[in-house]
Design a protein around this ligand. Structure first.
Ligand code: SAM
Length: 288
């Protein structure tokens, strides 16, 4: 069954009484070249397991199942169950969990379903939850090798921007803290049914070694990054000093000590400077 064929999709929908729910980000892929590429570039292999988020009618699930030892997919819409039973009936290495990826206990899911196997995440993400899902996958330090996801082109540009460039933001720093992001390829809006108003890109985040950056207090690190970018085009000294109740003079000294100007904006600091800034603030807070 060709799951990217519009006639096939219409037939499945009418036989199972299914219709798209826009609010769930249901834009299904109809370009046949995209899913095999996501699976290939996402690091699937016969000794690897995959986690997918949002199956739709199973177009990517099928490509993952073909190339992995086991594929587990989380899908929120139970209305897709009869369709998936039909489209994935040939695959015995696929398990679908009906639930909300933002609420599911991922640590438990990994323990129960993957039991120490090597895992890659591959998904055409529902765009309304792109950032929270990516951050959850990274923050929970799950045993994942990489996360290969289709996101809106603008989100991909932000995530893959160089830290310390005008295009960077708090999400860029956060993603770079946990992983090395890379843009893989673009996907036009016409590749989906229904067609969204924006183009998309597939990105891969290669999970980094936990010890890459020596941050003394991760919570403080992300608080500083968030505050620094809260007024992104302005000097970062103001929002950080008011959030952490550190004097501007002290913070200016700290910025100088990490090789940044006291008038720097958040988009001017690189990863090592953010880490050094956090650690210097940590020392200062714990002295006073
Ligand atoms: N993988 C399919 C494809 O490429 O055609 C579908 C992708 S579609 C962009 C996003 C899918 O995520 C939909 O099937 C939608 O129902 C599902 N979804 C939306 N919100 C979700 C959530 N919170 N948890 C799990 N799945 C979700």
């Amino acid at each position: 069954m060709q799951l990217t064929d519009l006639g096939t999709i219409r037939d499945l929908f009418s036989r199972h009484g299914f219709s798209f729910t826009k609010s769930l980000g249901q834009n299904f892929l109809i370009n046949p070249s995209v899913c095999p590429k996501i699976a290939e570039m996402g690091g699937c292999g016969e000794k690897v397991c995959a986690l997918e988020i949002g199956t739709g009618i199973g177009v990517l699930t099928k490509e993952l199942a073909l190339r992995t030892k086991k594929t587990v997919a989380v899908e929120i819409d139970k209305g897709l169950e009869p369709i998936l039973e039909e489209t994935l009936s040939d695959f015995h290495n696929v398990e679908i969990i009906f639930g909300d990826i933002t609420e599911i206990n991922l640590k438990k899911l990994f323990e129960e379903k993957f039991q120490g196997e090597e895992v890659v995440v591959c998904a055409n993400l529902p765009y309304y939850i792109t950032s929270p899902v990516i951050m959850r996958l990274l923050e929970e330090r799950l045993p994942i090798r990489s996360v290969t996801v289709m996101v809106q082109k603008e989100a991909a540009d932000r995530i893959c921007a160089k830290v310390g460039s005008r295009e960077s933001g708090a999400l860029t720093v956060a993603v770079n803290y946990y992983s090395t992001p890379k843009k893989l390829f673009g996907v036009s809006r016409g590749s989906f049914a229904p067609s969204p108003n924006v183009d998309s890109s597939v990105i891969r985040l290669d999970i980094a070694d936990e010890t890459r950056y020596h941050v003394r207090d991760e919570k403080l690190f992300f608080r500083i990054v968030k505050a620094a970018f809260s007024q992104r085009r302005k000097q970062m000294v103001n929002p950080i000093s008011s959030d952490l109740k550190i004097s501007k003079e002290k913070l200016s000294d700290i910025l100088r000590s990490v090789g940044a100007s006291p008038t720097a904006r958040a988009e001017e600091l690189d990863m090592n400077q953010f880490v050094a800034l956090c650690n210097a603030v940590y020392t200062d807070l714990n002295q006073s």
